[in-house]
Ligand binder design. Structure first.
Ligand code: PAF
Length: 275
């Protein structure tokens, strides 16, 4: 595995990859969710590139940028064992100059839900994803469905900017107890983890209601909130949207995402269910 840190090093490494390339951008602290993206990229491409970069522009003031988990050695080992060809680990100075041109998230879909709670988060996320996609120029780029709004906005950027890479959505990976894997799960104490399990439980409840034939969004959201309220510290949103992130009054089969964002202690967690 070639480890590259500068743009020049990366460009040379990229040029030497002949054949199809799969790309997995990450912020490090790799877990089984990332590994499943890497494995899928390996299955579907001749070469795999992974980037590790904790992107400062997608963190708001007061968020966890400084304490975001870092596991450089372990991450490198995971990538090596997973058969990654090129690892890109730039610093902020490598990725950003001063007085930069910006990519702005769309005014509506970039400012609802996570975008409402984390204004301008998606501007920064799209900016770095655009930079990384331009550098890696992959045939396929892999993103998890857990960050459903992120995925939807990246798809929109790919469409609006005529990007050539195919954006590949990948299923959520859950831990043994059902909690969706996230680098931020390490912040949870044992008690908090128990409480956090109400998030996947609320989604399971939603699924049961839908299977029983009730598709009304208000009914589903109310029973989810009933479960969450007893456990989490605060609910940021429980929402039901279509794949285009338009709010739904009623579940549309094969075109619905049920979303939750909640804080457990000070840790913000998101999860969702694709119907
Ligand atoms: O999902 C993430 O880890 C990040 O938002 C991404 C896509 C790597 C951009 O920094």
């Amino acid at each position: 595995m070639l480890v590259t840190k500068t743009i020049d090093q990366f460009n040379i490494a990229r040029k030497n990859l002949k054949g199809s390339v799969g790309f997995v951008p990450t912020m490090g602290a790799l877990h089984k969710g990332h590994l499943s993206l890497i494995q899928r990229a390996k299955e579907e491409n001749e070469h795999v590139i992974v980037s590790i970069f904790v992107n400062p522009t997608q963190f708001l003031e007061g968020e966890d940028l400084d304490k975001y988990p870092k596991k450089e050695e372990a991450d490198m080992e995971i990538c090596k064992l997973a058969g990654v060809d090129v690892l890109f680990v730039p610093t902020t100075n490598v990725m950003y100059g001063s007085d930069e041109l910006k990519i702005l998230a769309p005014k509506i879909k970039g400012y609802i839900l996570d975008g409402f709670n984390r204004p301008r988060h998606f501007d920064g996320m799209l900016q770095i994803v655009m930079k990384l996609l331009n550098l890696a120029d992959p045939h396929n780029a892999y993103f998890g469905k857990k960050d459903a709004q992120q995925l939807s906005l990246i798809n929109k950027m790919a469409e609006n900017y005529f990007l050539r890479s195919k954006i590949v959505p990948c299923d959520i990976v859950r831990d043994y107890d059902g909690l969706a894997l996230s680098s931020r799960n390490v912040y949870l104490s044992q008690d908090e983890r128990e409480m956090a399990l109400s998030i996947p439980s609320s989604l399971q409840k939603a699924s049961q209601i839908i299977i029983s034939g009730k598709l009304d969004a208000q009914i589903i959201k109310k029973s989810m909130i009933d479960i969450l309220e007893k456990n989490v510290s605060s609910i940021e949103y429980v929402e039901i949207v279509n794949r285009d992130f338009e709010i739904l009054d009623s579940v549309e089969l094969k075109n619905t995402i049920i979303l939750v964002a909640a804080k457990v202690g000070t840790t913000r967690l998101i999860d969702n269910l694709w119907i």
